[in-house]
Structures are given as C-alpha cells and as structure tokens.
Design a protein. Sequence first.
Length: 153
Amino acid sequence: MYYSYLESPIGDLTLIATDQFIVGVHFGKKKVEGTFQRNGLLKTLEKELKEYFEGQRKTFDLPLDPKGTLFQQRVWNDLKTIPYGETKSYQEVAFEIENAKAVRAVGMANHRNPIAILIPCHRVIGKNQSLVGYAGGLEIKQQLLELERRNGK
C-alpha cells in the first residue's frame, strides 16, 4: 500500500493506492498503514485531480478498488454513472439500484465511500435539492458542485 498527500483547493487530500488500484481518496491528512511514496498510480491520480480542480477534467481514467459490502458496491457503481455537473437524489439512487426503501442505506453507503471525488458521492443530494450529509463536510460538497457547474457539462 502506498500513499501521498495532495494540496487541493478544498484542502489536503490523502491518496492511497496499491500497485494496481486506487483504493482511497480521503479528506485531510490521514495516517495510513503503508509506505509514504508516490507510485505510478498515485502520480497519475495527482495529475488527474489537479486537472479536475482546474476544470480541465470531467472523468477519471484510473482503476478503482473500493472495499465494501455488496450493497455499498452497488451504490458506488451507480454513483459513477452520475454525469459531471449533474446530481441525483438519494431516493433516485435507491430506485436505480432496485431497492426503493433503502434511501437511508444509500446515505450510509455514500458516507462510507472510500474514494471521494472519483466515486462522486458529492453529486447526491436531498430530494428537495438540499445539500445533506457529506463526509468532507457540506462546504466542500458545495465547492465541488459549484466547480462542476462553473466548468459545464
């Protein structure tokens, strides 16, 4: 396991990878079991995140391996289909994964998303269009959504 830190417009990010997969993007500087070293994947991730924050990148081209339950995996896979600059409600995600009553569970899966930004849980909002819940805090969620709106679809 390798990790590095990236200074970004929304604060420090902790980036975590194996030799083959990105396994974590976390807000703040986190203590990680592993080697503080920028392997090839982390270098590419840093480059793509910088491009994203500069408004030049709308998708990421990296192999991801988020660890979670089958339900969480289904939610995270659905989140990856939300286009840049758009949002879905927690309820819409629950319907799309064919579990309409699982709105709260969708929220918990969002909260446990280990690869922020690349698995865009910031694009999930309340059904009344309100910003609710975000592991990085609502201010960061708003900043990410505004960045995407400003840079267009």
